[in-house]
Design a binder for this molecule. Structure first.
Ligand SMILES: [Zn+2]
Length: 323
């Protein structure tokens, strides 16, 4: 086996789908495969399919996998290489994923949570390419985040750095899954936006959103965005309120870290200019301690693959370290 035929494996594990890729040392993607998680099979069957898929990609590309990076839904214990009961991976309780993959493939493995992996992917190959500091946020069912300072992920105590979704933006606000109240996630995640819409309608507000979604229970954040564009007053108010709280959270991040960029991924970011234009304007109004125009606020460039590119970058990083 020549040096040139070595490759890096990347694995992005989520509750609904898993993406597996191989890449070379120069940030190139050689091949990728995706399949549904089918969570009911349990972690070992899922890992089997994941590693068999990775091996198949390597055989097809005629390369040998020399290291593997994994991005996985958290919480995790990075130090011990454990997955700790993520809400969307039921049954993955203290799963020693690093040991399992290392033993199976006999290569070094490094892993991190999915939001940190996505931050790294955007930094290396996406909207943050060439920057030295950025904060990545994903807005979907929850709000996750990852912080890069001086080209490196910041982990902090208990790997809790970057948990932007749990920044309190409304004292005594809505209850959050984490146990606190008024977290950004409890107001601005896709799930929370939809919940707030259903609450308004339940309280008697007249809105087209139920009709657009095919039932009040079927309303999503995308329904709210669409109805707001159509001029539905309830939806417009909800959308403005979402921007307001999001701008508050991002303003707090700006004065704490003054990063070069805020990069937003996840389903809510698919609203595009409808989200980003008023958000940039509101942040500019709010932030007084730095020139906010020097911080770009932009959508993730790699879309749903930010985490996968980050997983490959994690794999490359462990290769560079002596073992
Ligand atoms: Zn919270």
């Amino acid at each position: 086996v020549t040096h040139d035929s070595q490759a890096v494996g990347g694995i992005d594990i989520g509750g609904t789908k898993i993406a597996v890729a191989i890449g070379d040392h120069d940030d190139r993607l050689l091949d990728v495969a995706r399949f549904p998680t089918r969570i009911e099979r349990g972690p070992h069957a899922i890992l089997d399919e994941t590693l068999e898929t990775l091996s198949a990609l390597a055989r097809r590309a005629n390369v040998r996998i020399a290291s593997v990076g994994i991005g996985c839904a958290g919480p995790l214990d990075r130090g011990r290489g454990l997955v700790l009961s993520p809400p969307n991976l039921p049954g993955w309780d203290e799963l020693p994923i690093v040991d399992l993959v290392e033993r199976r493939l006999d290569v070094p493995v490094v892993f991190d949570n999915d939001a940190n992996a996505a931050a790294l992917g955007e930094h290396r190959q996406g909207a943050g390419r060439g920057l030295h500091s950025l904060v990545y946020m994903t807005m979907s069912t929850g709000i996750g985040g990852g912080v890069i300072v001086v080209d490196k992920l910041v982990h902090g105590v208990a790997d809790a750095a970057g948990e932007i979704g749990h920044m309190v933006v409304q004292p005594n606000g809505p209850a959050c899954n984490c146990g606190a109240r008024g977290c950004l996630e409890a107001i601005c995640s896709g799930t929370a936006i939809a919940r707030r819409a259903r609450e308004r309608i339940g309280a008697g507000a007249e809105s087209s959103m139920g009709a657009i979604a095919g039932g009040v229970e079927a309303i999503t954040a995308a329904t709210v965005a669409r109805a707001a564009l159509d001029g539905d007053p309830v939806a417009r108010h909800l959308w403005d309120e979402t921007i307001e709280y999001l701008a508050l959270g991002i303003g707090n991040v700006l004065v704490t870290l003054a990063p070069e960029a805020i990069i937003i991924g996840g389903g809510v970011a698919a609203a595009g200019d409808q989200l980003f234009e008023p958000l940039r304007a509101r942040v500019r109004q709010n932030v007084t301690m730095l020139p906010p125009d020097r911080v770009t606020i932009s959508p993730a460039a790699l879309g749903g693959d930010s985490g996968l590119y980050g997983a490959l970058a994690l794999g490359r990083s462990v290769l560079a370290e002596p073992r």
